[in-house]
Design a protein. Structure first.
Length: 190
């Protein structure tokens, strides 16, 4: 079974909305506007890229990333990786042709079937709504979080507010950097 990894830049109060400043969110770009850049704090991103064998995302994240990421040197490894977009509305004619093979999945059952295939880790970038659904369905195996020393207040949250049983996590890696960012890698305990 393949490992499904959710990766996120997250504020201390759980906000993950628009860390790169691509939308009109009030605090958009909070990862670089409000916290000093320390290269070692982002080493996890390089590790993720090297270890990932596929990318899973929701439609909105695909529409944000697909015009930009194919040409970015820092995401070169991702260019040819298989991409899977979970959407009930996206059509094949809306897929870009310069970002490697892309498959549209129509349901969480399709994601569960993908996890049962041969291969390495599948990484989920962005995709707030999809993250909520994957977590609620018990499909996420690991969380790679870079927690920023910020309180952003209103904004999209990483975790859903579904009323469900407690989910235990095991901290498997952590580090704190000079700019206050914390790396927290959690495995989901089953």
């Amino acid at each position: 079974m393949r490992t499904l990894i959710s990766t996120a830049f997250v504020s201390l109060d759980g906000v993950v909305q628009d860390p790169g400043g691509q939308t009109d969110y009030r605090n958009g770009g909070w990862t670089f506007k409000n916290v000093d850049f320390v290269p070692e704090a982002y080493a996890l991103k390089g590790t993720e890229q090297a270890e990932s064998t596929a990318i899973l995302m929701g439609r909105k994240s695909y529409e944000l990333f697909s015009p930009v990421w194919p040409g970015m040197e820092e995401f070169a490894h991702y260019k040819d990786l298989p991409k899977y977009v979970v959407s009930t509305t996206l059509s094949d004619d809306k897929l870009v042709d310069n970002w490697g093979p892309t498959t549209i999945l129509r349901s969480l059952d399709d994601v569960a079937k993908l996890k049962e295939t041969e291969g390495g880790p599948i990484i989920v970038h962005g995709s707030v709504t999809l993250n909520h659904a994957l977590s609620d369905a018990g499909l996420i195996d690991r969380y790679n979080l870079l927690v920023f020393p910020l309180l952003l207040g209103a904004g999209e949250q990483l975790f859903s507010n579904t009323d469900k049983d407690a989910q235990k996590l095991k901290l498997v890696d952590s580090e704190v950097y000079s700019n206050g960012i914390q790396k927290n890698v959690f495995d989901v305990v089953r």
